[in-house]
Design a protein around this ligand. Structure first.
Ligand code: ADP
Ligand code: MG
Length: 702
């Protein structure tokens, strides 16, 4: 198909594989459609008859599109999606079959859950887990299979997935935001949702090269590799022209995503060589989460069709930018108002400022949770290095908005406000120009005009977790604000005082400077901000009494759900590092040491040959290099021994937290020593003698 044909087909293509609103409206009886909308919009329970009708309509639609199977599609704690396929086929009489799909099969499933991580929530003898249809996200067809988005929970009702708490947190913030909107007289608003547009970064490398490297194949990142002579210093990759092979990949990716109703919009090159970004148009957080999971899956699949490998690791290459996922987040009413839009009348501003200060207070009081929800072994390599936000959480508002807040705090005139507006009493809250914010790419949490951009997420993280946390902490502050304002005698003055007090108490979290600068670490320390450098430092926040209290009060997580999540995350951290350590040992012992030995041998024989030819010939290159390589061999060998020992010692630590700490303090250090020694040997060895593709080949071959 040529370009023009593709373009003309986009409207027809878009959402063609989604059982979305238009299909529902067209295919469902009016009554059933209305009942389903109620379920979607208001969370009303669906009656079994309606479920049967919907299931049947879904099945007919899916079969027409070539589907033969259906699956409950869910998001267990592995961070990726899971599915278990069943065919629609039922026996009918002797030798015939019919295609069947009942309401019961649509609404509830019972996958064997025993091999999904549960962090002790489900004893192994009690393998039962249930999936339940989430009608607020649309069913879709992928690989001839009708996929039904579902939540996943245990026999006793504990959440075993990432979607359940997300839906709970969306309900919570809806309720609290509505309380605030009532105070401002917006009785027309009946629902508030959080919206997210996650910008997805990724690397594309040649698949044939990736297959030659065990580290990339098994761990998704390079564990060895001397830096390429050229990195990103020329900044010639950012927004550069896209090579034909990558362009073909992007075109096919867009088409695949559009079919699933995913609004992939902008695609461009990122700063690092071989790095790219995809930004979708934002949508409600539940759909955005499902869509982002699908996007990651489809990126990998489509890349492979083009002989490419899509790396979603947070830090595939040392010394080069890592990949993040920018979680653009806002609040939107069912009347179409973005609650983080500053607006241009003072009255709107008062409401905006209340929501803004709620976010400021939330980020300050729950810095630890924001850090914890992005923590992973991979992201530890990214945060604080090469153009990634540091592990210290702070917030960027831009100079103008900061000036507005300062003027409110000090009760003085705002530079932007006119005299007239200042006389408006309660509503003295000033006007400020739209787009008042400049850009600060270094901030972990930046206000960007009408939304917040949370930039600490690693590229392969499910956005469910961070949004559960964001929704909950902001809802908590809105709840406190509503409690105090609902009880106030004079709403106007109480509001003004509340905003002023909040700014005063939480302004330490605001920072417009360069987050990459070393001085910021000291300054942040002086301000009493937390600096939780590693996952092992960050995760205990999940079990802090103040945080347990927060999540349980709002029924987002039970205590045992929180504990199980902590256990799972700590275990995954240790397992990841363990796999990396073992991969390094294999590569070092089976590939690097033998290769360097062979090459040393070559050098030695070259020197001997020369000498036997003519004892006067100069052999300093051979002997010097040989000397260095022999030293290297010894150091690599030694480092392997040390790493072997520490990996073995780690196995003996039963407690998950202590074990993770040991991996972080000892195993990672031993891995680093091994890497330095091997990378040095690489610089001395002929390229064709090196046993796997180098950084130059990986980063610059497409
Ligand atoms: P950038 O300069 O960061 O690339 P863009 O305007 O391209 O800014 O937006 C980046 C992302 O932010 C997009 O995915 C977009 O859909 C998302 N976004 C924009 N507005 C909102 C909003 N109100 N809520 C959530 N996400 C939003
Ligand atoms: Mg951005």
């Amino acid at each position: 198909m040529n370009e023009q044909e593709v373009c003309s087909r986009i409207p027809e293509l878009f959402g063609s594989m989604v059982f979305g609103d238009p299909v529902m409206r067209q295919r469902l009886p009016k009554e059933t459609y209305r009942a389903l909308r109620k379920t979607i919009e208001l969370g009303k329970r669906l009656d079994p008859n309606a479920a049967n009708v919907i299931a049947n309509a879904m099945k007919d639609w899916a079969v027409e599109k070539g589907a033969t199977h259906f699956t409950h599609w869910f998001q267990p704690m592995t961070g990726i999606t899971a599915e278990k396929h069943d065919s629609f086929i039922s026996p009918d009489g002797d030798n015939s079959v019919i295609m069947e799909f009942s309401g019961r099969e649509l609404v509830k499933g019972e996958p064997d859950a025993s091999s999904f991580p549960s962090g002790g929530l489900r004893a192994t003898f009690e393998a039962r887990g249930y999936t339940a249809w989430d009608p607020s996200s649309y069913a879709f067809i992928k690989n001839h299979t009708l996929c039904i988005p579902t939540v996943f929970y245990s026999y006793s009702g504990q959440a075993l997935d990432k979607k359940t708490p997300l839906l709970r947190s969306m309900e919570l913030i809806n309720k609290q935001a509505l309380r605030i909107l009532r105070l401002f007289g917006h009785d027309d608003v009946t629902r508030v949702v959080t919206t997210v547009g996650p910008e997805q970064e990724y690397f594309l490398v040649d698949e044939a090269l990736v297959r030659q490297r065990q580290d990339l194949t098994l761990c998704g990142r390079t564990l060895f590799g001397a830096g390429a002579p050229k990195g990103q210093e020329l900044e010639d990759h950012y927004f550069g022209a896209i090579k034909p092979r990558v362009a073909a990949f992007m075109r096919e990716l867009d088409e695949e995503l559009w079919k699933l109703g995913i609004f992939a919009k902008t695609e461009h090159k990122e700063v690092a060589p071989a790095q790219y970004e995809l930004a979708p148009v934002f949508t409600n957080t539940n759909l955005a989460t499902d869509h982002n999971q699908l996007t990651m899956e489809i990126m990998k699949k489509v890349a492979s069709r083009h002989g490419l490998c899509c790396l979603l690791h947070e830090k595939p290459f040392e010394g080069v930018n890592g990949s993040g996922k920018h979680n653009n987040w806002s609040l939107c009413t069912n009347t179409g108002v973005n609650l983080l839009e500053p607006g241009d009348s003072p009255r709107q501003n008062a409401q905006f400022l209340l929501f803004l200060t709620a976010v400021i207070k939330a980020v300050d009081e729950y810095q630890d949770l924001l850090r914890a929800c992005v923590a992973s072994a991979g992201n530890d390599h990214r945060l604080g290095a090469h153009e990634a936000p540091p592990a210290i959480v702070s917030m960027f508002l831009g100079d103008e908005l900061t000036a507005v807040l300062e003027s409110i705090e000090n009760g003085c005139e705002c530079p932007q406000a006119s005299k007239e507006e200042m006389k408006l009493g309660v509503h003295i809250l000033p006007r400020f120009p739209k787009d008042a914010t400049d850009r600060n790419r270094t901030s972990p949490f930046a206000f960007t005009g009408n939304k917040f951009e949370f930039r600490m997420l690693g590229s392969n993280l499910s956005i469910a977790g961070p949004n559960v946390f964001l929704n909950t902490i902001v809802a908590q502050e809105l709840c406190e604000f509503a409690d105090s304002l609902e009880a106030a005698e004079d709403f106007g003055s109480a509001l003004e005082e509340l905003i002023r007090k909040t700014i005063r108490q939480h302004k330490r979290i605001l920072y417009n400077g360069n987050n990459y600068a070393p001085e910021w670490v000291q300054e942040a320390n002086r301000r009493g901000l937390q600096n939780l450098a590693t996952t092992v430092d960050a995760l205990p926040a999940l079990l802090e009494p103040k945080n347990i209290e927060l999540f349980t009060r709002h029924k987002i997580f039970t205590v045992s759900e929180l504990k199980s999540r902590y256990e799972i995350l700590m275990e995954v951290y240790s397992k990841r590092i363990n796999i990396e350590a073992l991969t390094m040992l294999t590569m070092a012992q089976n590939q690097i040491l033998p290769a360097v030995t062979d090459y040393s041998h070559k050098l030695a024989s070259a020197a001997l040959d020369k000498k036997s030819l003519n004892s006067q010939l100069d052999c300093t290159y051979e002997t010097d290099t040989l000397q260095k390589l022999c030293d290297s061999l010894a150091r690599i060998h030694q480092a392997c021994n040390a790493l072997e020992k520490s990996v073995a010692a780690a196995q003996d630590i039963a407690d998950a937290s202590r074990q993770a700490r040991y991996y972080q303090q000892q195993v990672l250090r031993d891995m680093d020593v091994l890497r330095r020694a091997a990378d040095y040997a690489e610089t001395l060895t002929a390229q064709q003698a090196w046993p796997f593709p180098t950084y130059s080949q990986l980063l610059f071959s497409i």
